[in-house]
Design a protein around this ligand. Sequence first.
Ligand SMILES: Nc1ncnc2c1ncn2[C@@H]1O[C@H](COP(=O)(O)OP(=O)(O)OP(=O)(O)O)[C@@H](O)[C@H]1O
Ligand SMILES: [Mg+2]
Length: 510
Amino acid sequence: MMGKGELWGSLGSAMASIMFVWAMYQNYFPHELRSQIRRRLEKLRSFLYPYIQITFPEFQGDGFERSKAFVAIERYLDKSSSKQAKRLRAKIVQDCELIILSMQESEEVTDEYQGIKLWWACGKNTPDRQSISYYPREDEKRYFKLTFHKKYREIITNTYLKHVLNQGKAITINDRQRKLHTNNKNEGYSYRRSMWSSVVFEHPSTFDTLAMEPNKKQEIIDDLITFSKAKDYYARIGKAWKRGYLLYGPPGTGKSSMIAAMANFMKYDVYDLELTSVKDNTELRKLLIDTSSKSIIVIEDIDCSLDLTGQREKQKEEKEDEKDEKDPVKQEIKKMEEKKSSQVTLSGLLNFIDGLWSSCGGERLFVFTTNYVEKLDPALIRTGRMDKHIELSYCKFDAFKVLAKNYLNIESHDLYFNIGRLLDETNMTPADVAENLMPKASGEDADICLERVIKAIEKAKEDAKLKAEEEAKAKAAEEEKARAERAEEKQKKKDDQCNGVVKENGEIAS
Ligand SMILES: Nc1ncnc2c1ncn2[C@@H]1O[C@H](COP(=O)(O)OP(=O)(O)OP(=O)(O)O)[C@@H](O)[C@H]1O
Ligand SMILES: [Mg+2]
């Protein structure tokens, strides 16, 4: 066996010979001749090996960012990898429900595009020197290498690669585990801590389970589909790729269920923004930047989240208070209270929705919900901020049929006609109807549940009638009181006038 010294020795002499040959070549072959030789060699190589290779490294730029192309190719090749490759890498996603198999290094799979055969290989660049690196990815430089015949250069570079990236991206979006994020209370964010906490988003609501008028539902679905396909359109008209929805209606009419259905339909993440926990407008902007594209940013009960109506007046009052307040202790307490409460302003929120920052990332939906649409500042809900206003209302027959299908798995029943008539006559929320439809014991069948619904609607109708009567009575009493007050006032005026005349007469008399 060759010792270390011998090895170095022979390596040294080999190097010396190579350098000698190289020097001779440089000296005795003029530049012209050398380039001719190079060209001939290149031709020979291309004749003997008529293939083109393209490499897609896993990391790009400064080596920190995982190349999106690499990820898309990896997902595109999953199908052929799991069928063809012998050594596979497994990744488990969606709460252990999905296993993604991708090929390991040194494996090769074939693909076919418009009758053209292509080869994809996975390789790994191992660093040639052993170094202790601060960066963990230093030793993990994987890449994909695509090989194809040079006569297909045009079609592969122009259409095939685009097809691979689009397909891969679509698979990634489809399989990704979606998240429900909520903003953390500001206690000083560290560079490690995200501004959002998240859990896996698994809400079962879909447009199929959502009870509402079919035409209205279809309109919303069409709107969402149009939005998702409109990237180029938004770019062309110079608008940020985002859309605002305002969902309004009484409690229990399905606003939150609608948001979940939208998220499931679009396969978007949800960012549930608790506005009262946001310290100020700057923090609001940071939260926005920290959201990803393909997401729904939700602010529920927007009317309760912020004093959006009386904000300016309130600020004025505060200024006056400040003038009056001289006591330093009270001033300190006030300052602490101010620190605790949110200082997000209406203009901060307006900027959040359609300021310059709102455009970063793209493909985002903003959804606000409220029970009292009339309370909101018109600037907040104007078109462009909240593009579509959707009213979720009381349960009518169409909505009832969806609920009955969901809860009892029935399409029709003898009692349907009666229920439809009753629902027309009274206001009952889908939440209340759903609660009565749900079987309460194992033996309960559709008849029992529907009877219960009828009873509940009749009771709601009776309650509404009593309430209306009481309100009418109260109104009549108020009107009567006002009339009496007016009469009294009139009488008083008359008496005053009379007294005035008497007094005048008296004065004249005296
Ligand atoms: N339109 C609907 N379709 C299907 N289910 C509904 C609908 N509306 C309400 N429900 C049922 O009632 C429950 C409450 O509904 P949801 O939370 O969506 O109402 P909401 O309008 O958001 O109420 P709030 O204004 O109080 O937040 C849901 O869990 C769902 O089961
Ligand atoms: Mg809700």
